[in-house]
Design a protein around this ligand. Structure first.
Ligand SMILES: Cc1ncc(C[n+]2csc(CCOP(=O)(O)OP(=O)(O)O)c2C)c(N)n1
Ligand code: SF4
Ligand SMILES: [Mg+2]
Length: 273
């Protein structure tokens, strides 16, 4: 007789939505696990957390978490998350979305949310491509990598996400990989408790599209994250991602500045006096 064993994190997951849609070997399951584990370990009141996603494989995460959630249109997670926080500053929006969603179609929203220091945590799954639509190249694809839209190798320069977001004004900036699940969970815990615009880049293998086209097996992709990365205390501008170069990881920025909702509340108090 098979026993009905309850999932250890079922309180934090929408069990009726599982199994998830992600491919075997995809890093997104580890990312989601790190997030719900961080929710559990911080003891966050789930009624005060709103998970927001755009469109893409990473964007499916919001549907699996047992918080209030918005699965928004492509690139528009940050305007929704900003609205959530301004309508009720007690709510903590957590955006989980892809590199394409956040830095291509949604890139403008991202730099302005960071500039305004909106109190939210953004977790970006960087798999270096548009996974859901067939692995096309995007603004994070490293030079020379092959995709269906760069069959001879990508000729464009990618963004350095941690540098871009730091320059735009983010008050917490980190980069980890799904191999570094423990450090990733700790960074998410920190971001959940942090007041200010916080950003975590999570390097995550897209095995089906990007990996297959660049002749890497899922195991090779995970080994690459393990063997080709180093925790470093460097300025974010130095943490460039290039083929044949180590991926630099760590917590790059941790500052405290007044958030948008704090400045707004102060302004309202001054007007009332
Ligand atoms: C306005 C609009 N343009 C294009 C698309 C098609 N589209 C869906 S997901 C996606 C890219 C997703 O890439 P990314 O954010 O990196 O997520 P991933 O699938 O890699 O996790 C695109 C272009 C769309 N849904 N809406
Ligand atoms: S296409 Fe890539 S990113 Fe999407 S679920 Fe599959 S492996 Fe993951
Ligand atoms: Mg992507």
């Amino acid at each position: 007789m098979t026993e009905n064993i309850e999932h250890g994190l079922s309180e934090y997951l929408r069990m009726d939505r599982l199994p998830h849609i992600w491919c075997e070997g995809c890093g997104l399951g580890i990312l989601l696990h790190a997030y719900v584990e961080a929710l559990r370990e911080t003891g966050m009141n789930l009624d005060k957390v709103v998970t927001v996603s755009g469109i893409g494989c990473a964007g499916r995460a919001s549907g699996y978490v047992n918080t209030d959630a918005f699965h928004t249109t492509h690139g528009r997670a940050l305007p929704f998350a900003t609205g959530v926080n301004l309508a009720n500053p007690e709510l903590k929006p957590v955006v989980i979305s892809g590199d394409g969603d956040l830095f291509a179609i949604g890139g403008n929203h991202l730099i302005h949310a960071a500039r305004r220091n909106i109190n939210m945590l953004v977790i970006c799954s960087n798999n270096f491509n548009y996974g859901m639509t067939g692995a096309q190249y995007g603004p994070t694809t490293p030079k020379n990598m092959r995709t269906p839209t760069s069959p001879f190798g990508n000729m464009e320069n990618p963004f350095n996400l941690v540098s871009l977001v730091s320059a735009a004004g983010a008050t917490m900036v980190s980069r980890w990989t799904v191999y570094h699940a423990f450090q990733l969970k700790n960074a998410i815990k920190k971001g959940l408790l942090k007041k200010g615009f916080s950003f975590i880049e999570v390097i995550s293998p897209c095995t089906t599209g990007y990996g297959r086209l660049n002749k890497m097996t899922p195991i090779q992709m995970m080994n690459q994250l393990k063997n080709n990365s180093r925790i470093a205390k460097v300025h974010p501008t130095e943490a460039v991602i290039e083929p044949e170069r180590e991926i630099l990881l760590g917590n790059f920025v941790d500052e405290r500045r007044p958030t948008y909702d704090e400045v707004l509340a102060e302004l309202e108090r001054n007007i009332d006096e």
